[in-house]
Design a binder for this molecule. Sequence first.
Ligand code: PEP
Length: 244
Amino acid sequence: MTKLVVANWKMNGDTSKISADLNYYAHVSETNKSNVILALPYIYLVWAKQHLLVNSKINLAAQDLSHYLNCGAYTGKINGEMLKDAGVEYVIIGHSERRNLIGENGPILVHKVRNAFESGLTPIFCVGEPLSARTDGSYLQFIELQLAGLEEIEQFKDIVIAYEPCWSIGTGKIPTMAEIQEVVEFIHQYMQKRFSYVKISVLYGGSVTGQNVDDILKIKSVDGVLVGGASLKVSDFTDICAKV
Ligand code: PEP
């Protein structure tokens, strides 16, 4: 199976950087692939789709969507239908920065995943333990709780789960390959048991670089990587994509 590589740009970029980077990616074989997904800030998505990535195989993701399904009086919100209309295929849900900085919790995230399915978007649902749960050994229970809400969704569809230990995001620290394998296999087993009728991909995210991506991708159960910091530098991201 082709492994996925998702670039999470977070709140970074401007028109000149996005124009330069995406023009490059759209014309270089290492990055111009259907398994490469760019999660750009909302306001650049339509432009990227209609002007920068014309005839490119690269897919787009949003970094969030509203928990309100239908259009209406929800100032500042963007729903799944709008994202689909903009040419977006994927949406990141439950990134640890939103869980921790904005306080997004279980029920809201379940609504968001449900809305993504209803709108024809594939969710990239992020889970991962804080350092305290890694240290006291409760990390699998922590992740199980984060996954448990998904069982409420009646019409489950294909999903991408990203295992991102909070203590690894943006820190340069990554778990050992055995630790990544343990959690990724746990997630696969948990999801397979409940949703065997859909396609489930499990990514690893947290301080992925061109130096460590080879080892991470050697783990059979890892279906790809979610890249934050290293996706903002063209040479680093191209390097990663070349190995996926
Ligand atoms: C992320 O934000 O999802 C992430 C993995 O960031 P970084 O690669 O910078 O650790």
